[in-house]
Design a protein around this ligand. Sequence first.
Ligand SMILES: [Zn+2]
Length: 423
Amino acid sequence: MKHVNLKILLSLLLISLPLLCVSMAWADGALNTNALTMGASPAASLSELHLPSVTPTMLQYSRIRYGLYFFSVVYSVGVLMLIMQTGLSTRLRDYSIKTNRNKALQVVLYSLLLSLLIALLSLPLSFFSGFYLEQWFKLSDQSLLSWLTDRGKAICVSAVLSSFCLLIFFGVVRRFRTHWPILLWLIMIPFFALGIFAEPIVIDPLFNKFAPMEQNGLKSKITDLAVKARIPNAVILVADKSKQTNKMNAYVTGLSGSSRIVLWDSTIAKLPEDQVLAVVGHEIGHYVLGHVYLDFILIVSVSLVFVPVAYLFANSFISILPKNWQIGSINDYAITPVLLALTLLIGFATMPLINAWSRYQEHQADEFGLNLTGNRLAMANLFVSFAEKNLSEPDPPPIIKFWLFSHPTLKERIEFAAGRKVE
Ligand SMILES: [Zn+2]
């Protein structure tokens, strides 16, 4: 690490480009694969059920998405290292010190400028994956202006949150030179809880409108499911996601008073009623089984592992950083890009573990939903619809499932719903 130079960093960025090309070529190769079983959906009975047709378009889209994930990790780490190696981080720090006397304002200004710089350098990648790819595969009709507006809002939200986090991080590190790791962990717990609580009521409404469902036949059937699951007062809202995407989804979010089940309007518009009820059954499963709370407890507990690591290795880590980065200690906020890169790499390395946990929870929610609705055919047809309309590969390569899949594969979910092997 001591001899990292610009050439190596640029090479890192260049290496990531072939990675994307390999994934594109792989996706192209997939175009020559014949479609597998041609199943008509929705099936009228469980005996007529088939796996969804694996079309060339579905394979191409799925595989570009997998490649983009790995590419984005290398690209993002490369961008952060480039910011260090070119001295941009120290220049931003020096500028913030020169223009402000107040130490807190210095950190905030540095953080805002750094966020803007990272957003600009990442724009080509976010444009390709967030806009171009979705338009290419007709998964979105959003205008460029609308996408840029959403992107701008996301950058502002991220800049404000980052400033807040850095203010706390460096405030604690500077005041408590020895015991900052355990103090940061303790302080993180209430702020993390507050973040999960506030997200659906403060941040999500910046991007979408959330409204209660209209009173109709579907609403009363959903209410019946909620009563049956003993959560008659659960908040169930519809989000106007169709302005951003043609995909379908639903999710559970929030803590305590902000807990809610959210259905995308595209899910309600594109699926037959029995499949919408299958989606709702699954989400009620997450809600009743308290998965948001369990995730919170798990993340807080697992992050405790990093406390002794920080005690033991923080100083020696600083000493191995290249001297031209001009980072004397962990107190220096110009180190932020290095910390971000470390966080990204830890996230990447622990992804299989996190996803294994998530797949377990998703299966639990499927089991709960199936017990609640008792409709195997609707649930199996739902997963066929997900594959076809979201262009999700039903049976991805094992390494992709291991690393990237937060849900069981759609083939596994269809077979679980059907209660038998499906070809
Ligand atoms: Zn789920």
